[in-house]
Design a protein around this ligand. Structure first.
Ligand code: UT7
Length: 346
């Protein structure tokens, strides 16, 4: 007879208790980047909706942006860092393989002996991390989880690449997830398709790069560093066809109808994708739809918390409103869930 092993004591419900963001200081309007890619403000606005984006300066690191966003999330939730027992950080642009940024962020926030780790799920990273956090809280394994989505995509950006230079940007968003009397985070609908790796990826891995550097040195030539590349049309097509089902699955699993929604916060990849999803889901006109991409560009794992904050800050949505979140991107991975929107700091 095996020795009985106790399980954690579950709680009934989890919710997002507070939200904070960090937007880099430097605003980069379209006219600052168009010459390098032979483009125009009008083309970028028409094709993507983007008017400007934020690019991080040297001191605005993955860790410092995460810490700033987390401080506001903790303040909005009215809890101390010491009350957090798990940190999950989602990113695809950390330029070191270890240690995890989550562990460093936890220590910078004054936490001790806190479980902390990073996850990589491209632009779906925040929603993946949110699902994990909700499950940890409901299972009783964690009491309060800090979830962070953060990117410094400019570290991977080829500013001469017409397909990516105008899209990607930097920023951070954080939420606190904890127990609640009523459910605030619905079951996740998620998946991935590794056969579509070439649609968005780092164009060469570091082993390949080092081999190229050695060969170039021997030949007296130069080699090009790795960059993020995207087949925009392929991703666009996938987003506007496949993702309707992901949204409907997330709604069904939460028992919420599209007409019950107060807000829709999809990943901010392209305004045309947002509009297409609103159309196919037949969202009523009074549903507030996040359009943070216009001023923030595509911040990958940070885009959903940043877009939630923008909706709340503008007054278009309010804490407690029912919102559908949908992250999607490299992997091709996606994750969506229905949530009750959290408070932000004044
Ligand atoms: O966050 C992860 C998920 N990412 C996404 O969901 C991104 C999805 N994809 C997109 O957002 C869009 O595909 C883009 C915004 C990246 C591109 O828009 P598009 O409508 O798919 O443009 P395209 O690549 O089909 O190019 C259309 C035309 C081409 O010219 P012709 O062949 O029609 O004469 C391109 O050469 O636009 C040209 N073009 C540009 N022109 C000015 C391509 N890039 C540029 C540019 N500036 N930067």
């Amino acid at each position: 007879m095996p020795t009985p092993i106790a399980t954690a004591v579950p709680v009934a419900h989890a919710a997002i208790l507070g939200l904070g963001v960090y937007r880099p200081r430097r605003v980069v309007p379209n006219h600052d980047i168009v010459d390098a890619i032979d483009s125009s403000d009008e083309w970028i606005k028409t094709r993507s909706g983007i008017a400007a984006r934020r690019w991080a300066s040297e001191d605005e690191t993955i860790v410092s942006m995460s810490v700033a966003a987390a401080r506001d999330a903790l303040a909005a939730a009215d809890i101390d860092a010491a009350q957090i027992d798990t940190v999950i950080l989602a990113t695809s642009s950390l330029m070191v393989l270890g240690p995890s940024a989550g562990a460093v962020v936890a220590t910078e926030l004054g936490m001790h002996d806190t479980a902390a780790f990073d996850i990589s799920a491209g632009c779906a990273g925040f929603c993946y991390a949110l699902a994990d956090a909700a499950n940890l809280v409901r299972s009783g394994q964690a009491r309060r989880v800090l979830v962070i989505g953060v990117e410094r995509l400019t570290d991977l950006l080829d500013v001469h690449d017409r397909g990516t230079a105008f899209i990607f940007a930097d920023g951070a968003g954080a939420v606190v997830v904890g127990p609640a009397e009523q459910e605030g985070i619905g079951p996740v609908a998620w998946g991935s398709d590794g056969s579509k790796t070439s649609a968005i990826k780092q164009d060469k891995d570091f082993q390949q790069y080092f081999a190229e550097v050695a060969a170039a040195e021997a030949a007296g030539t130069t080699s090009e560093r790795p960059y993020i590349r995207m087949n925009g049309t392929e991703v666009f097509r996938w987003a506007v066809t496949f993702l309707e089902k992901a949204c409907r699955d997330a709604l069904d699993r939460a028992g919420v109808a599209a007409s019950d929604l107060d807000a829709f916060v999809p990943h901010q990849a392209n305004l045309r994708i947002v509009d297409a999803l609103v159309r196919v889901l037949e969202l009523p006109d009074d549903v507030a739809v996040a359009h943070d991409i216009v001023e923030s560009g595509n911040t990958s794992a940070a885009s959903i918390p940043m877009a939630m904050e923008q909706l709340l800050r503008s007054g278009a949505a309010k804490p407690g409103d029912t919102a559908l979140l949908l992250g999607f991107g490299a992997g091709l991975a996606y994750a969506g869930q229905v949530v009750a929107l959290p408070p932000i700091v004044a």
